[in-house]
Ligand binder design. Sequence first.
Ligand SMILES: Nc1ncnc2c1ncn2[C@@H]1O[C@H](COP(=O)(O)OP(=O)(O)O)[C@@H](O)[C@H]1O
Ligand SMILES: [Mg+2]
Length: 408
Amino acid sequence: MRDEDKSREQLLKELIELRKNIVANSIQNRLKEEYRKVKESEERYHNLFHDSNDAILVHDLNGQILDVNRKLLVLFGFDRADILTIRISDLVDSAEQDKYRVALQKLTSDGSASFEIYFKKKNGESFPAEVSSSMIEFGGKKVIQGIVRNISERKQTEEEFKKYRKHLEDFVAQRNDQLEAANKELESFAYSVSHDLRAPLRAMEGFASALLEDYAERLDSAGQDYARRVVSAAQHMDTLIQDLLAYSRLSRSALKPSAVSLDGVLGEVMHQFSPDIQQTGAQIRVERPLPEVMGDHATLVQVFSNLLSNAIKFVEPGVKPRIKIWAEEKNGKIRLWVEDTGIGIAPEYYDRIFGIFERLQGVETYPGTGVGLAIVKKGLERMGGQAGVESMPGKGSRFWVELRTKGF
Ligand SMILES: Nc1ncnc2c1ncn2[C@@H]1O[C@H](COP(=O)(O)OP(=O)(O)O)[C@@H](O)[C@H]1O
Ligand SMILES: [Mg+2]
């Protein structure tokens, strides 16, 4: 071989060697890089797993425990070496084994499952836990990772809450019984008031009237005046009792509102008042058609009887009452107005007049018992509505009641 050829061959060898080195070096570098990455991600997983605030365990599809984190060891009171020799079912409370099997089935079919179960610590103590499990791939094998949360405190709060609820329910039931008994008592009281009190009252009125009719000539004018006063006092007391009865009937049970035609209610009330309307020459204008509202027919008749009787009654002597009735709809509510041109009311009395027995005038000037507006207020409350007034002395009054529109 010539020298020249030899050196070329040498050069080629060196070149090949060099290339090998380069390739090997780059492979090595890549491997190093890969290794670093794997190491890093493993560390990250390790940290995530072991330093997690939740107790985590990994087991295979047969239930054999493969790995647990520190928190889980603390929770169950096991050593790492011990726990890796047992199965997950050994950690489940013996009374909950069936429940656990069902959860495991769901887990293997769906890929994940969350459930509550009672576990057992190494010292035999059992505790409630919330488990959230999912199937994951681990070294090419399917395994199950479960996150276990001790929910003793939550359970205890729930138990306490249940106890309080039961206590409250018992209390309410007892109170209901008492109320029902009180209602019955009130009912029989109202019944005896209407029968037993009104009977002697009628006797008083009857005999005083008889005195005026049959013995008038034997009484002087003072005697006749006294007898007349007995008659009118007895009559007043009779209306008072009747109004009280109406009020007490109203204040008892709550009403279940249904759709009521206000045209129907007003028709009935106007008919009932036709003698008074004729006698006073009252002009009443109703802007029909009035809408339907959610309420109770009989209660609404009572409410509008009282509003209309007031509107007819509270006028200056000799003045013919002029009354206007109309409805207004707003935001699913109906406001019904009863407007008069009567004596009016000062603003400081707007609330007071709705109280029972509250009256602003003497019985001599304007007869009455002071129960009417209390009935209006109570009736509206029972139907889930409201009532109020706008007025000025000498300028007339506008009473309103507000109820839900039909269908609301
Ligand atoms: N339309 C009205 N105009 C003026 N005052 C009224 C009117 N309606 C009620 N009032 C006042 O409110 C009081 C209470 O009314 P209410 O409870 O119906 O009792 P009563 O009609 O028996 O007096 C009345 O005594 C009167 O002073
Ligand atoms: Mg009245």
